[in-house]
Design a protein. Structure first.
Length: 406
């Protein structure tokens, strides 16, 4: 049996019948003691009558009296029956309960957080309380940059991982999903991981290196470029903007557009926007809603060129050590949540953009024609070559083959 991660608990719930049997046994024993006390009183009261007679002659009338003897015998039988029932009850296996922690950096109103909480509730419900998952949103336990290390070390049982920009730190070839205008959707990327030999091997390397296991997909969605400046209508207008990047692989595209780049974690963005340290970032629309970044970010640029997936991961040893029925429930719910969350990410992000425009004074800039072709050409000529340096030639070639590009 592998050592369970810190925070992992299995408790035993006593059978309800156990307490009842103890109460019955106590009542029988007290009744038996009372019968002996009464019998002793009877003997004491009869001693003057039998004064001077032999002891066996004194005891004979009492012992042959059927009432007390029958009562005592029945009480003894009841005591034995209660003891047998008690032994049988204690021998029954207790109901095992597992409590796990699920840590993620998303705010509670973020779509990925909503789906993560739904998985937690459904697992607890369908397992009959045997597997209880406590959620810790907003980086209460671990931030976006800490969660992979925490999962690998077994410091937490489950966590939300934005595979799009967190896994490149573990496996450089994961940068392949940062290539702009290559992937058509989140599902397109997953097919590459499931169907191509190179994608399968890359996925397996990541899981082996990190000691993580997949539970569910909770994608964050299509990336959109947002800015506090009305400067996203053309390539020339973007020059000089101050952009945020989380991963190194996000820098080439921003730098190619003439922006300065600052590395910031999710938790640092609001104050950076507030202070003017940054005025631009690429993220998903549901994020600017969940973290209230739309207090400052008022302009969004479409169409999306990159799609960001996320997963709920588990410490692999912890998952393997779960009782089979609990693991089956968790993975079954995970498959359902994956399907629902993937469909919802497109709807939720579209609704967030609409809300930005209608309720927060935002503006949606949709590049078309010459302006769009100019951006695509820039990425092909400058962004792609820089990103290619961050991955192996084999994975870059495999991605192009998969999407039908030379």
């Amino acid at each position: 049996m592998c050592r369970a991660p810190v925070g992992y608990r299995q408790s035993a719930r006593a059978q309800p019948r156990f307490g009842v049997i103890l109460e019955e046994l106590h009542a029988v024993l007290m009744s038996l003691v009372e019968d002996f006390r009464l019998s002793t009183n009877v003997m004491s009261s009869m001693l003057p009558i039998f004064a001077g007679r032999r002891v066996d002659k004194v005891a004979t009338p009492f012992l042959h009296c059927p009432g007390p003897r029958r009562r005592i015998r029945m009480k003894c039988i009841n005591v034995c029956a209660a003891l047998v029932a008690l032994a049988a009850s204690s021998a029954q296996p207790a109901l095992a309960q597992t409590t796990a922690r699920l840590s993620y950096h998303w705010a509670p109103s973020h779509e990925s957080a909503i789906m993560s909480k739904k998985l937690s509730d459904e697992v607890t419900k369908r397992s009959g309380g045997k597997l209880k998952i406590d959620v810790f949103p907003s980086g209460q336990l671990y931030t976006i940059r800490q969660i992979i290390g925490a999962l690998s070390a077994g410091s937490v049982e489950m966590g939300g991982v934005v595979t799009h920009n967190q896994l490149p730190a573990v496996e450089k070839d994961w940068n392949v999903f940062q290539l702009p205008n290559v992937w058509e959707s989140i599902e397109h990327q997953r097919r590459f991981l499931a169907e191509s030999p190179e994608g399968k091997a890359m996925r397996e390397r990541v899981l082996q290196k990190t000691g993580m296991a997949h539970v569910a997909y909770v994608p964050v969605g299509p990336y959109v470029l947002f800015s506090a400046k009305d400067s996203l209508s053309s390539l020339a207008a973007m020059k000089g903007l101050k952009a945020r990047a989380l991963a190194a692989s996000e820098r080439p595209g921003l730098a190619a557009r003439g922006m300065s780049v600052v590395s910031l974690s999710t938790e640092e963005i609001y104050s950076a926007l507030q202070s003017g340290m940054i005025d631009t970032l690429a993220t998903v629309p549901t994020a600017i809603k969940a973290y209230s970044w739309w207090d400052y970010l008022k302009v969004a640029q479409l169409p999306s060129a990159v799609y960001a997936d996320s997963e709920l991961m588990a410490n692999a040893k912890w998952l393997a050590g779960l009782p089979g029925d609990q693991r089956d429930v968790l993975l079954s719910v995970g498959r359902e949540i994956s399907k629902e969350a993937t469909a919802q990410t497109y709807t939720g992000n579209a609704e967030a953009l609409k809300e930005l425009a209608e309720k927060h004074g935002g503006k949606i800039v949709t590049l078309q024609g010459k302006a769009l072709e100019e951006i695509k050409a820039l990425d092909r000529e400058k962004t792609e070559p820089e990103l290619a340096k961050l991955m192996s030639p084999e994975i870059f070639a495999a991605a192009k083959r998969f999407v039908g590009r030379k």
